[in-house]
Ligand binder design. Structure first.
Ligand SMILES: [Zn+2]
Length: 220
């Protein structure tokens, strides 16, 4: 992969920069930008690929962001897709990918925001509930979450290595979500572990199938 591949395989629909998706890194306002400078560079060799370098000005707070972006080579002319990288980027999570179910997506947003706010116990609780929602949405059965995750593996829906990973994540392997008096709450490491597992799970269950769908559509 090189930067010339940006936008070729993943990204957003269309061949114009999706400023409607951009969240201001400074004030959090979404999709309110003016492009104050545009530079571009065509790929040497006469291909229709080009890299774009745009300066965005937030219409709400007036700060500037830099967008580096490119449309896929087939996309010039109105089809296809593009992808972008931002500097600086908004530091807190506000949204989940559209192709995720909204119930688990909202839990993931709260888990991520709790991590960003260093609320480890809340993050772990949200992530654990999200994993449970995903398992149940895929018909997993069992007496506890550990058994439900094992059942996902037995059904061939997650890799054996993911099942083993789940067993190493304390928040998933332990039965207790009911707080005991005197509890110290969840540690930073345990909270990060379970949120990381949730992100892997979302990739396997929802991102990969979506990427395959998009790829097939492009091929057809
Ligand atoms: Zn702003």
């Amino acid at each position: 992969m090189s930067w010339w591949d940006l936008g070729e395989w993943t990204g957003f629909p269309g061949h114009e920069l999706a400023t409607y998706m951009v969240v201001c890194a400074f004030c959090g306002e979404k999709g309110n930008f003016e492009i104050t400078q545009h530079l571009e560079r065509k790929k040497p060799g006469g291909e229709s690929k080009k890299l774009n370098y745009d300066t965005l000005k937030c219409g709400h707070c007036g700060n500037y962001m830099f967008a580096f972006w490119s449309a896929d080579a087939m996309g010039i002319g109105g089809r296809g897709m593009h992808d972008f990288k931002l500097l600086p980027w908004h530091r807190s999570t506000t949204d989940h990918p559209k192709h995720w179910p909204s119930d688990v997506g909202n839990y993931w947003v709260e888990a991520r925001r709790s991590i960003e706010g260093k609320n480890w116990t809340a993050a772990a609780l949200m992530a654990r509930s999200a994993v449970q929602l995903v398992a149940r949405a895929h018909g997993a059965t069992g007496n506890n979450l550990k058994e439900e995750i094992d059942d996902l593996a037995a059904k061939g829906l997650i890799l054996p290595s993911m099942k083993e990973f789940a067993h190493e994540v304390r928040v998933l392997a332990n039965e207790g979500t009911h707080p005991q008096p005197g509890t110290k709450g969840t540690s930073e490491k345990d909270a990060n572990d379970v949120v990381e597992f949730l992100s892997f799970l979302m990739t396997v269950m929802y991102n990969l199938p979506e990427q395959i769908k998009v790829y097939r559509k492009r091929k057809g």
